[in-house]
Every structure is written in structure tokens, then in C-alpha cells.
Design a binder for this molecule. Structure first.
Ligand code: FAD
Length: 491
């Protein structure tokens, strides 16, 4: 890829020379062979350009680089594992920004079984934290499909969710302390993990979920839990999605804190996965209109005891006619096979043809009715499409996929009808009081839709916060907020 010249106000040569002196050969490159791989997002929807790829090795280097960028007016796009789903870590096409990778800052400074805390640099990959916690007899209670790439900094910046939110909350609930470099180059040190701290605004929470627009996360203190002793996983067949919600409530009562995940999978999605993965097997003999995947984990009860509790809860549901059939995994291998069916949905649906994917939430209590109303409404408005919803019912968060009519051309349909489909889905979600981004963030993908649909008072407040913390709009411009008139908004 050819890198275009920077805008006239940036003296690129002078800036790059100073940055190179600051970061050294390992810390700064303009070599397309090393840079270009990071200029396209994970889904392959966005490709940008950058002045250079900067990979600082310490907070001090990040701070010095940010100061330099501020002095030269160079925008910064922070990047972790580049596994984000909203194009948030991809620079725009102007080539004026520097891509700031945190991947070299990948030290787990300590894992402390006594306090149940880990201190990690921003570039630590989620899987590495899981492994380190596991080795210490502990557990980091957040996981997701991108765990082999996603970094702690990226997870914090997007307030990532995943499959254990029902019990443990999103990234917001896991962060006990935070260090970040602000747009001025100052280091905000909020690393002391105080259980109680009422010294005004919670700036840590302000930075979490800000998608690199308010500061660059460099280090975090994270919450760990005792490693689980027991695990029980069930696959359940149901007649309808309303029954799935009733079952969720019953399971919450029956299993209490042990209930960790409650995912729903419609028949269409299961059939797609089975067709896509030749070695996969349906857990139940008969197909059911809906399926629920239930995961229980306990730090105090063993798997046999947990399975008994799960079996008792499901037995009651079976007697009541609430569920049609169920199977409890005999061991971890079978449990993982159930999860592989759930995790395989996105790839299987993608293989069917073009689709618009929406990560949305509505209140848990309304989710079944939303699905029942929204899927046919979309299919009627866009003839030939098929709408399917699957995922984290327990969190009121489903992935609402709309598959294109047969014969639609990939890459063409998405840009034409697909955009109208998404706008209609987001209209419906907003009418139902929900969110157009449950866990993937806004990035550049939803920035216009957020501006169109979010509460104007909230948007104005967000613009004022952005202007106060980043008055020159240098931190991840064009993401989350439609290029805010920074200095104006601050007045
Ligand atoms: P990147 O993609 O590099 O960046 C994401 C955003 O964070 C960008 O805006 C970037 O500018 C900013 N950023 C990155 N690092 C920093 C930093 N140090 N400081 C400030 N800003 C920063 N997400 C979920 O929530 N739930 C899921 O279930 C889920 N499943 C996934 C499954 C798969 C197979 C994949 C590939 C992804 C999945 N994701 C999921 C999305 C993704 O893993 C998360 O959004 C993750 O948090 C991104 O981390 P990252 O390090 O790759 O960040």
C-alpha cells in the first residue's frame, strides 16, 4: 500500500524523525510490510492508512509520543489486538494518523492470590491472563471468542462483555485500577484498587468504554476469582423464546450464583452450524424451535453436585412442560462441544451469504417480545431476507443477523439494501428502549447511527467531555463521536 503525504500542517519528516529518536527501531516503523497488516479491521470491512506504526514499550514512551503528537497535531489511533468488531482501531483513509499499538506492553506484572488481583500492561492478551490466573489457582471472569487476540487495553476501551456477563458483569466490573495517558501526554494514575473511594467523579469508569477517544490505557489492576471446582453445562430444547425467558428466571432461582451463562440458539442457527461443521453433532435427537445453552460454575461445589442441581431444575421444567428435552454434558469435552456449536454461529451464518449483523440489547424482560416482533417486521420490510437472533438472552443482548435474499452479491448487498436494513433494525431497537451497541462499541461502524438515534442531551454531554479531555480531537478522531467540534463544544 502506498502511504499518501500528510496534510500540510504536519511536518511529517520532522515528526517521524523525533518519534524514531524517541521509540527506536523496534518502536517505530513505516515499512508497509509491518504496517499494512494492522490497517484492516478484523471483519475486513475497513482499511485505512497511517503515517507510521508506533509500538512503545512503556507508559513513559506512550506519554512522550502523545506529547509529540500533540505538538505536531498528529492524530492517534490506539490499537490492541485489532479484534474489535466496530472498526474502532482502524485509521481513516487520509494517512494523517499514527497507529499506536500497545502490543509490546504485554507484561503481567503480578498475579496475587492473596488479594485476588492481577496487574497487567495494556497489551496483555486475554488468553495469557487466563493462563497466568489458572497457574495461580485463580480465574479472570471474562471470556470471549477473540480471547487469543484481544488485549486488556482493548477490552477496557470497548468495555467488552462475552459469555459470563450474566454472573460477573462486563469489563467495567473487572477493573479495580487503571493507568492512562491523556491527550496532553499526562499520566492519569488511578491504579490503587480502593474498595471505597468517594473523591468525586469516577474517572476510571469514564475511560472504560471510551474506545480510545479520551485516553490511552497503559496498565490495569484487574479482579480475579478463585478457580472453579465444579462445572455443569446443559443443552435444552424449547418450543419458544418466551419459554426461554421463563426458564432463565427458574434457573436463576434454582442455581443462584452458580448460573453463569444462558445463551439462546434458534433452530435455523443450529442447522447452519451443523451444515458448516461436518464433525459437529446436534446435542438432542429432535430439532427444537429454540435451544438454550446453560453454563453453571462453582468455586465450592464439585461438578457432580452441580450437575445434580442443574438436573433437578431442568427436571422440574420438563414436568411443567416448559422445556421439551435436555441433555447435561457428561464431561468438559462434551461441554466444549456444546459451546463450539454456539461459538460457530457467526462463521456458519457468514458462509450462507451476505448478512447484516447487529449487536443489540433491550431490557431482558422485553427481549422475547422484541424478537417476536422485530424479526417478521424486518422480513416483511425487506422481502427475501431472513432475520435470526441468538446469543446472550440472560444479558438482554442478542446478535440480530439479517441474511440477504438468495442470490444477493456479497459486498454489494451490504452497501445498498444492507444499510437500510440496519437503519430499520436500529430504529426498532431504539423504539423498544434498547441500545444499538450492547458490547462491541460504536467505532466507526455505528458512529452515524449513534448520532442519529442517541438522546441529543447525552450526545451533547459526550461531546463536551471529549472536548474537555481532548480539545484538539487527536485521540481516535471519527470514532464514537461524529468529529465533535472540539473547542466549540468545550465552551
Ligand atoms: P482493538 O480491536 O485493537 O481496539 C478496539 C477499540 O479499543 C478501538 O477503538 C481502539 O482504538 C481501542 N483501544 C485498543 N487498545 C486501547 C488502549 N490500550 N487504550 C485505549 N484505547 C484502546 N466482544 C465482546 O464484547 N463480546 C464478545 O462476545 C466478543 N466476541 C468476539 C469473538 C471473536 C471471534 C472476535 C474476533 C471478537 C469478539 N469480540 C467480542 C470483540 C473484541 O474481541 C473486543 O471488542 C475486544 O475488546 C477488542 O480488543 P482488542 O485488543 O482487539 O482491541
Amino acid at each position: 500500500m502506498n502511504h499518501p503525504p500528510p496534510p500540510p500542517h504536519v511536518q511529517a519528516d520532522a515528526f517521524l524523525a523525533e518519534a524514531a529518536a524517541l521509540l527506536g527501531v523496534r518502536g517505530l516503523t513505516t515499512d508497509p510490510e509491518r504496517v499494512d497488516a494492522w490497517l484492516t479491521d478484523w471483519r475486513g470491512r475497513y482499511t485505512g492508512r497511517a503515517l507510521a506504526l508506533a509500538s512503545p514499550a512503556s507508559t513513559a514512551e506512550v506519554a512522550a509520543l502523545v506529547k509529540l503528537c500533540a505538538a505536531h497535531g498528529v492524530p492517534i489511533v490506539p490499537q490492541g489486538g485489532n479484534s474489535g468488531m466496530a472498526g474502532g482501531a482502524t485509521p481513516d483513509a487520509t494517512g494523517t494518523a499514527i497507529l499506536l499499538s500497545l502490543r509490546r506492553m504485554d507484561r503481567i506484572r503480578h498475579v496475587d492470590p492473596a488479594t485476588g488481583q492481577a496487574v497487567c500492561e495494556a497489551g496483555v492478551i486475554l488468553q495469557s491472563l487466563h493462563d497466568a490466573a489458572d497457574a495461580a489457582g485463580l480465574r479472570f471472569p471474562l471470556t470471549l471468542g477473540g480471547k487469543g487476540s484481544a488485549t486488556i487495553g482493548g477490552l477496557i476501551a470497548t468495555n467488552a462483555g462475552g459469555t459470563q456477563v450474566l454472573r460477573h458483569g462486563t469489563m467495567r466490573a473487572q477493573v479495580l485500577g487503571l493507568e492512562a495517558v491523556l491527550a496532553s501526554g499526562e499520566v492519569l494514575d488511578l491504579m490503587t484498587p480502593l474498595k471505597k473511594d468517594n473523591r468525586g467523579f469516577d474517572l476510571k469508569q469514564l475511560l472504560i468504554g471510551s474506545e480510545g477517544t479520551l485516553g490511552i490505557v497503559t496498565t490495569a489492576c484487574l479482579r480475579l476469582l478463585p478457580a472453579p471446582i465444579g462445572r455443569a453445562t446443559a443443552w435444552v430444547g424449547l418450543g419458544g423464546i418466551v419459554d426461554a425467558r421463563t426458564l432463565l428466571r427458574q434457573m436463576e432461582r434454582a442455581l443462584g450464583e452458580a448460573l453463569e451463562g444462558f445463551e439462546v440458539v434458534p433452530a435455523h442457527c443450529l442447522a447452519s452450524v451443523l451444515a458448516h461443521q461436518p464433525t459437529a453433532r446436534a446435542p438432542l435427537t429432535e430439532p427444537h424451535e429454540w435451544n438454550a445453552l446453560i453454563e453453571c460454575v462453582s468455586p465450592s461445589q464439585d461438578s457432580a453436585a452441580l450437575r445434580e442441581r442443574l438436573e433437578a431444575g431442568l427436571g422440574t421444567a420438563l414436568e411443567q412442560g416448559l422445556i421439551a428435552d435436555a441433555v447435561i454434558a457428561a464431561n468438559d469435552t462434551q461441554a466444549e462441544a456444546f459451546w463450539a456449536l454456539r461459538d460457530g454461529i457467526s462463521a456458519a451464518e457468514r458462509a450462507l451469504g451476505p448478512a447484516m449483523q447487529h449487536d443489540i440489547s433491550v431490557p431482558v424482560e422485553k427481549m422475547p417480545e422484541f424478537i417476536i416482533a422485530a424479526a417478521p417486521a424486518i422480513e416483511a420490510a425487506f422481502p427475501g431476507t431472513r432475520a435470526v437472533a441468538f446469543g446472550h438472552l440472560g444479558d438482554g443482548n442478542v446478535h440480530f443477523h439479517v441474511l440477504a435474499p438468495e442470490g444477493a452479491v456479497r459486498g454489494v448487498w451490504e452497501e445498498a439494501d444492507g444499510k437500510d436494513v440496519s437503519a430499520r433494525v436500529y430504529d426498532l431497537v431504539t423504539e423498544w428502549g434498547g441500545s444499538i451497541s450492547a458490547e462491541h462499541g460504536i467505532g466507526q461502524m455505528k458512529v452515524e447511527e449513534l448520532a442519529r438515534l442517541h438522546d441529543p442531551v447525552a450526545l451533547a454531554l459526550m461531546a463536551q467531555v471529549k472536548a474537555a479531555l481532548d480539545p484538539d480531537n487527536l485521540l481516535n478522531p471519527g470514532k464514537l463521536l461524529l468529529n465533535p467540534p472540539a473547542r466549540e463544544a468545550a465552551r
